[in-house]
Design a protein around this ligand. Structure first.
Ligand code: ADE
Length: 425
């Protein structure tokens, strides 16, 4: 039978609330753009009477977003977008000190994970917020009759946008969802610098491995892979990139990285990090050739980039030498270490992206939610972009908060850029 939660919240440990509150305040220090928006929302109440169901990583950065939405008048319910990314102290603070309906426990099993998604959906939201599209997928599978009542939604990540476009292509996405991931002020910074730093943070916290001089293979050269490769190189690792897309492969080559098929380099890799958004990137044929002691980590949204089923089937034994490390011993005695169950290592083994970069992502989220509340009647069904004005506004505010000034076009330059007459002088 399906598990159903009817409580006001479901968290691991209420006694952690004070610690969680300190974490939320700490992250808030580095989120000046979101704090500005929060102050404006508190004054103008753009979300008065709006019910929001959010399925996001339950971190101190997300907490600051939830508080801004609540201060803007919204009724907010939050569940986790990954079973291992919840910070239980933050969840406790949100539930007990901010009156937010949180349904999230770190390490929850799959049945609880989906029961928590259904618990936030049971509040019949006007607006959904997703990171990976599990909430919207569940809504379509379980409660299709509610779809037409929804005003709109937002999606935080590349994988979620890809899933939603697939749903829209089948003509089945019945309300507008703003692809926050696609805003320049989101993916150019969050995916690249946020994932770059936090992924290495996760690998290091889990293993304490020295990256300098080690061979690191990064699978996938999208925004996240670019960031991971560059940060690993910056720490002295010899980085090789694997790709399936010829354009991205050329980009990696011209950025100075060797590019090769995974099967041809895995025998010398000390660390392999996947960031592709696809399944079974590291498969049996790779693990059969892997160097003894290889560390496998995933930074893509879902835990299906490393074929754990193959490892579980072929390993003669497994054990956990450290938190967030599972060692599989293969028949010939070689061991393969998998981090954080193959789930996104930056959130499962570390704290996720730093607050300073989430500031821009979540400023886009907050302004997109307010945009849906104000304009939902005018938005088309399907995946829609973040309005250009919001993206620009977030960039302007972030730059100002950094104390960075830039030049301004002169009248002459503005005119020049909108004319065609002037050519070679
Ligand atoms: N995704 C990546 N890092 C995150 C963070 N710190 N909070 C919420 N979502 C995230």
């Amino acid at each position: 039978m399906e598990q159903q939660t009817t409580a006001a919240y479901d968290i691991q440990d209420a006694s952690l609330a004070d610690e969680g509150e300190q974490r939320i305040l700490w992250a808030g220090r580095d989120m000046p753009v979101l704090q500005d928006i929060r102050r404006e929302f508190t004054h103008s109440q753009p979300l008065k009477g709006v019910s929001i169901a959010a399925c996001l990583h339950v971190t101190s950065e997300t907490a600051n977003l939830m508080i801004a939405l609540k201060d803007g008048g919204a009724d907010v319910a939050l569940c986790a977008s990954n079973p291992l990314s919840t910070n239980d102290a933050v969840a406790a603070a949100l539930a007990l000190q901010h009156g937010i309906a949180v349904f999230a426990k770190r390490g929850e099993d799959s049945a609880t994970y989906y029961a928590h998604i259904r618990a936030v959906l049971a509040r019949t939201p006007h607006i959904t917020m997703d990171d990976g599209a599990d909430l919207v997928a569940e809504l379509h599978k379980e409660q299709p009759s509610w779809l037409r009542a929804l005003h709109g939604g937002t999606e935080e990540t590349t994988t979620g946008v890809i899933r939603l476009r697939a749903l829209a292509a089948e003509g089945r996405l019945h309300f507008p969802i703003i692809a926050v991931n696609d805003a320049d002020t989101k993916h150019m910074f969050d995916n690249r610098y946020g994932t770059g730093q936090s992924t290495l943070d996760g690998v290091i916290r889990a293993t304490n491995v020295l990256l300098a001089g080690s061979d690191v293979v990064v699978c996938g050269y999208g925004w996240c892979g670019r960031g991971i490769a560059r940060r690993a190189q910056g720490m002295g690792a010899h980085v090789t990139v694997t790709e399936v897309d010829p354009l991205r492969a050329i980009e990696a080559v011209m950025d100075g990285f060797p590019v090769a098929p995974l099967a041809s380099v895995i025998d010398r890799a000390d660390v392999v990090i996947t960031a592709t958004g696809d399944i079974n990137v590291v498969r049996g044929e790779h693990m059969e050739r892997a160097k003894a002691g290889v560390i496998l980590a995933n930074s893509g949204h879902f835990n299906d980039e490393i074929d754990l089923t193959w490892l579980e089937k072929h390993a003669v034994s497994h054990h956990a030498p450290r938190h967030d490390v599972m060692t599989y011993v293969l028949p010939e005695g070689r061991d393969v270490h998998v981090l954080a169950e193959g789930r996104l290592v930056n959130l499962a083994a570390a704290d996720g992206h730093p607050a300073s970069v989430m500031d821009m992502s979540f400023a886009n989220q907050a302004l997109s939610v307010a945009h849906i509340a104000a304009h939902h009647g005018e938005l088309p069904r399907g995946v829609v972009p973040v309005p250009e004005a919001i993206d620009q506004e977030v960039a302007r505010r972030k730059l100002a908060s950094m104390g960075v000034a830039i030049d301004v076009l002169t009248e002459e330059q503005r005119h020049y850029l909108s004319s065609w007459e002037g050519g070679t002088a």
